[in-house]
Design a protein around this ligand. Structure first.
Ligand code: 4AD
Ligand code: MG
Length: 466
């Protein structure tokens, strides 16, 4: 039997004598006769109030050490609480101090809790109400992702992290090698003087995956409907509020799905996991609505309560072009829409999520299915308020000759992708998928405005502490 958590003690059905609570002291205050401490163990947002009464023991010697941040184990009686908002409190009988905490040097003080400061002590910020709530919501959101796909007949698969395939063809892969880069002289070279990766551990040059999509396609073409949920890596030097070098992606891939089916799935999925968090984390969500983003509940209502707009790229251009005065990057047909345009469409024009589709092939990934117009592809992006792009996906090019031609046009090394082309050679089917950035989804549901604050230990340009 696991030890009872404070969450379980607070949810107990009846008072109980002789229980033990463990956790960190949030605050302590003393009256003339009694002392009161708020104890939290991370299991829930609420603290357990602990009362030290002289008739229950001699706490005087220990009390000065029961300061903010100290860790304790307290035995006592769970009794009905006269205070509003809590069913029970703990009348202490025995106190064991596990670890003291110097109030002068402990960085988690009420007065210094800006997000920027807390990033410098990311190893201690799980002790704050906000970051503990964020991490509990993150766990619940991950659970909702698995529930959604499991309930809808998807098979959870694991795609490799080391890979030789640049799934986006965008050249943003981190290189990975077993060569000792601190000893450059010892690294094998080819006759041309380049690094000889054929002598590296994998016998070829590999990197960290930017997306599990390509391997996901192979798995979907055997299993029907699959999804991956894992870390992906991008060596893009984007120092923004919504880019990380390491982020988690959820990538479903479905045989026989066309673009319209893909969009339906993405919309239903986003709504479903948003609802799950609202239902399952009411106390933590209230914290964000109260202290982080006052418009949070309205924003989430906007996600769950509206049909997402379906907007073709060409129609988006018609809306955006007349507004060019307000944009840094001027819009005309063919331009890759930027965050400022995405946010204008979502926040100013439609005032709800938008699924933008059929973009020009010149600004699309190589694997997206070419439309009959020869100019646009069946790609789609789900755009949401505050964040812009939350999902990127497409129907995949399933015609061998068209895909091969496209890869040659883009000067890709077609020989390296023969296995991917095999999927079009042997029993090719229409298929589609998308990738949802888990951290961006976390920003959406919590209202947190910087991606560095929705993951415990962010990896962003110039920063890989802890
Ligand atoms: O649009 P992206 O690049 O699409 C793909 O990787 C496809 N292979 C997915 C697929 O079809 N299976 O990335 C998908 C999503 C984006 O919409 C965004 O939410 C997130 O991943 N994303 C990032 N999140 C944080 N930091 C970054 N640097 C991100 N790059 C993409
Ligand atoms: Mg994208």
């Amino acid at each position: 039997m696991p030890l009872p958590s404070i969450k379980e003690l607070l949810n107990a059905s009846a008072p109980a004598a002789g229980v033990t609570a463990r956790g960190w002291i949030k605050t302590r205050r003393d009256s003339k006769t009694h002392s009161f401490a708020e104890l939290n163990d991370g299991s829930c947002r609420a603290n357990l109030q602990v009362i030290f009464s002289p008739e229950n023991g001699n706490f005087a010697a220990l009390l000065p050490q029961l300061v903010t941040g100290a860790s304790v184990e307290i035995k006592g009686d769970l009794v009905a609480s006269p205070a509003a908002g809590q069913k029970f409190e703990l009348a202490a009988r025995e106190v064991k101090l596990h670890g003291g905490c110097d109030p002068e040097s402990y960085p988690i003080q009420k007065k210094r809790t800006s997000d920027e400061f807390l990033r410098t002590v990311a190893h201690l910020r799980p002790r704050t109400n906000k970051y503990a709530a964020m991490l509990r919501i993150r766990a619940e959101l991950a659970y909702a992702v698995h529930s959604y796909f499991r309930n809808n007949g998807f098979t959870y698969v694991h795609t490799p992290i080391f890979t030789a395939s640049d799934a986006e063809g965008a050249g943003q892969m981190f290189s990975a090698t077993a060569f000792d880069l601190t000893k450059l002289a010892g690294i094998p070279k080819t006759e041309a003087g380049e690094i000889d990766f054929s002598k590296d551990l994998f016998g070829k040059k590999v990197g960290l995956t930017v997306s599990g999509q390509m391997e996901g396609e192979a798995l979907a073409l055997g299993l029907g409907k699959i999804y991956t949920f894992g870390p992906t890596f991008r060596a893009e030097n984007s120092n923004t509020y919504r880019h990380c070098a390491e982020f988690w992606q959820i990538e479903p891939e479905m045989a026989f799905y066309e673009l319209a089916d893909d969009m339906e799935l993405a919309e239903d999925f986003i709504k479903s996991i948003t609802r799950a968090v609202l239902e399952n984390c009411p106390a933590d969500m209230e914290l964000f609505a109260k202290f982080v983003e006052p418009a949070l509940m309205g924003n989430l209502q906007n996600i769950t309560g509206n049909k997402f707009e379906r907007l073709q790229y060409s129609d988006a251009v018609k809306i955006l072009e007349p507004e060019n005065a307000r944009f840094e990057l001027k819009v005309k047909w063919g331009v890759d829409l930027a965050s400022e345009h995405e946010r204008f469409l979502v926040e100013q024009h439609f005032k709800k999520p938008v699924i933008l589709y059929n973009k020009p092939k010149e600004v699309a990934s190589f694997y997206m299915k070419l439309n009959d117009d020869g100019r646009t592809v069946r790609g789609m992006d789900v755009l949401v308020p505050r964040i812009g792009e939350l999902v990127g996906g497409s129907e995949r090019e399933n015609r061998l000759d068209v895909l091969e031609g496209r890869m040659r046009d883009l000067k890709m090394k077609v020989d390296d992708y023969q296995w991917f082309l095999d999927l079009r050679r042997f029993g090719s089917v229409p298929h589609s998928g998308f990738g949802l950035g888990f951290e961006r989804m976390m920003m959406l549901v919590t209202g947190i405005s910087n991606i560095r604050d929705v993951t415990a230990f962010p990896r962003v340009p110039g920063y890989a502490e802890f």
